[in-house]
Design a protein around this ligand. Sequence first.
Ligand code: 5GP
Ligand code: MG
Ligand code: MG
Length: 179
Amino acid sequence: MSRVTIKDKTFETSIPEAEILERVKQVADRINKDFEGKTPLFLAVLNGSFMFASDLMKQITIPCEISFVKLASYQGVTSTGTIKEIIGLNEDIRGREVIIVEDIVDTGATMKRMLETLGTREPAGLHIATLLLKPGKLTVPLNIEYAAMEIPNDFIVGYGLDYDQQGRNLRDIYTLVQE
Ligand code: 5GP
Ligand code: MG
Ligand code: MG
């Protein structure tokens, strides 16, 4: 078990890189099967999903496209939190099979909002592939078809995920040590 300090917090290894890659491969295998004969468009949500998106795509063997979007918070809040706008989506997704590539689904509010927004553009199908899912925190009903790993409610960093913008470069996933 190795420890790392980021700013004022201590984290310890919880999922080593080898296990992450194995789980990512399993998700890719399922997607390759499920979308055989189709050409899905992967939409990776930056910043957090960059490592997952990269390793996932290396295991995709069917014809596909990938594009990257960001979620920008803007003025105003709803009951579910800050309103987020999708920026950087230049593709016409009408009639396409779209697979959203996300780092982590926590309450599910972010993904719900994305599904609603993308849904208005009439894709053939909207699917979610998330690296991590916290089933204990999910409060919004969501159909998450592809979750590489399920984790407890603790805060994690590494493999693309940040604590105050740091720690994204870590190869393993680390959990916050409760002091
Ligand atoms: P949700 O809308 O599902 O509640 O939150 C999703 C977003 O919260 C994720 O995309 C991620 O940015 C952030 N998040 C949720 N849990 C964690 C966590 O344990 N670690 C990190 N680094 N970010 C998290
Ligand atoms: Mg995210
Ligand atoms: Mg973050």
